[in-house]
Design a protein around this ligand. Structure first.
Ligand code: NAI
Ligand code: PYR
Ligand code: MG
Length: 471
């Protein structure tokens, strides 16, 4: 399972070729010899003497792209006109637009959708605010809110740089679950200000998806908003990740024949995702969890500045073992990584119990190079779209919000999350289950369907649904 040349790093070389000096076949051979994977060739212009062609090449990374460019630039009779990066091309002008549901063709229609007709609808909502759900976009909208402080594994890149991720989340909400999501990146990291702003924009939304807000601020922001708003507030990096991690783990454990209550789990990176994964594991019945962050294992008897770590120390690490990741991973059945690239070494995996399960979920670069880890693990999963076993919160947030919006849930509670995890796991049948298929694909349409159903059932059972979906 090697990191491959994939479409996420793909360049288009526009070349002007002097036919008397260069052979096209030779150019292609040079690109291949430099390790470039040629996936498309387009003819742009042809004349007797010259041709202009676009060659699309998948490469490993930016440095490799430069090597391919250098090789082509040195070829006699070849002029490199332009190099474009396909990933940047799809981002030109952003990835979203707003589409009206109907055209406004004449004055009559104008006076219905806008003034004066709209005024009566405003009055109806003013008299009964719950009508906002039936007469505005609220019933199907989610705000994807970030302050840009923990974007993927890139860290604090700020609100402008966070936008492409939030736009991507909004695309996924719409494509996978029909939810209209709006990317909202805030130019503040002040907890109180974020809470105030989210509360102030809430009238337009049926749910709030907090995204890429760093720990520990994310905990207070989410808790307070949950208390103060009557629509679901869900910090995706915490709960979405935890739900999908549990789904993958339920299936991986079936393969290795181990039970949740007998395994030892090491969680690396006790930030937003790591804390939520731990809480989910605890509520699913795991008893032996050791959390590790930059300074080693989280232990009882030490006072941490991060209040969440004090909470964490009280509920995990039953033997109170201390030390580095390499120390505490001895005998572990499962490694859950939500920390940083390269944190886990092959030597660490060798110390794990039989049939190691490694979920290296840091994005965009996992805790260990999958190619290095593969010979030593039984089950390997990462957060990446370009490798098998993608443990990514995208398997959760579209379906969980679809269900919550459809039954007009007041909140997304623990039972709904657990139901979502089991629903995701159930999409992989026992016949299909194998080391490279513990978790369904993002494009498997059964995922949203099953998560939606399970979430609605759990919302009704726990009394947080405000609408009967059978109506
Ligand atoms: N696959 C998925 O669905 C998801 C993956 N992630 C990934 O997990 C990582 C963490 O995300 P968040 O929890 O949102 O960020 P966060 O900033 O809240 O937490 C990261 C934690 O990792 C710790 N850490 C950093 N370097 C470390 C090291 N060398 N050793 C041990 N601990 C280290 C930090 O101190 C911090 O406590 C990111 O790479 C993110 O992309 C997060 C959410 C979903
Ligand atoms: C997938 C995701 O939400 C993250 O890496 O932050
Ligand atoms: Mg995220």
């Amino acid at each position: 399972m090697a990191l491959e040349r994939t479409a996420s790093m793909s360049i288009i070389l526009r070349l002007e070729i002097d036919k008397s000096l260069a052979h096209f076949g030779g150019i292609l051979s040079s690109i291949s010899a430099a390790g470039g994977d040629i996936v498309a060739i387009d003819v742009i212009k042809v004349s007797k003497q010259r041709t202009v062609r676009d060659i699309t090449v998948n490469v490993y990374d930016q440095a490799h792209a430069q090597q391919v460019v250098d090789v082509v630039s040195r070829l006699a009779g070849v002029k490199l006109i332009n190099v474009s990066d396909r990933t940047f091309l799809v981002h030109l002008g952003g990835k979203l637009e707003v589409q009206p549901k109907m055209p406004i063709k004449n004055r009559e229609e104008l006076s219905r959708v806008y003034t004066p007709g709209v005024a009566r609808v405003c009055q109806a909502i003013a008299e009964d605010p719950s009508k906002a759900f039936s007469l505005t976009i609220k019933r199907n909208t989610v705000a994807v809110v970030s302050d840009g402080s923990a974007v993927l594994g890139l860290g604090d890149v700020g609100p402008y740089a966070a936008m492409p991720v939030m736009e991507g989340k909004a695309m996924l909400f719409k494509q996978l679950a029909g939810v209209d999501a709006f990317p909202i990146c805030l130019d503040t990291k002040d907890t109180e200000e974020i809470i105030r702003i989210v509360k102030a924009i809430a009238p337009a939304f049926g749910g709030i998806n907090l995204e890429d807000i760093s720990a520990p601020r994310c905990f207070e922001i989410e808790e307070r908003l949950k208390e103060e708003l009557d629509i679901p507030v869900f910090h995706d990096d915490q709960h979405g990740t935890a739900v999908v991690m549990l789904a993958g783990l339920l299936n991986a454990l079936k393969l290795v024949g181990k039970r949740l209550d007998e395994i030892k789990v090491v969680v690396c990176g006790i930030g937003a995702a790591g804390t939520a994964c731990t809480k989910m594991l605890l509520s699913a019945g795991v008893q032996n969890i050791i959390g590790v962050d930059r300074d080693g294992a989280i232990v009882r008897g030490k006072r941490y500045d991060n209040p969440m770590w004090n909470w964490y120390a009280e509920r995990t690490n039953p033997d109170n073992v201390s030390g580095s990741l390499s120390d505490v991973i001895e005998g572990a059945d499962v490694f859950i990584g939500v920390s940083a690239p390269g944190v886990l070494k092959v030597e660490d995996i060798k110390k794990m119990a039989r049939d190691p399960i490694v979920f290296a979920m840091a994005n965009p670069i996992p805790e260990i190079d999958p190619e290095e880890a593969e010979p030593y693990v039984r089950v390997l999963a990462t957060g990446r779209s370009d490798l098998p076993n993608q443990i990514n919160n995208v398997l959760c947030f579209p379906g969980i919000f679809r269900g919550a919006l459809d039954c007009r849930a007041r909140e997304i509670n623990e039972e709904m999350k657990l139901a979502a995890a089991k629903a995701i796991a159930s999409v992989v049948s026992d016949e299909e289950l194998n080391e490279y298929y513990i978790i369904p694909s993002v494009f498997n349409t059964k995922v949203v369907e099953r998560v939606r159903e399970a979430v609605i059932e759990a919302a009704v059972r726990t009394g947080v649904a405000r609408r009967d979906t059978k109506d």
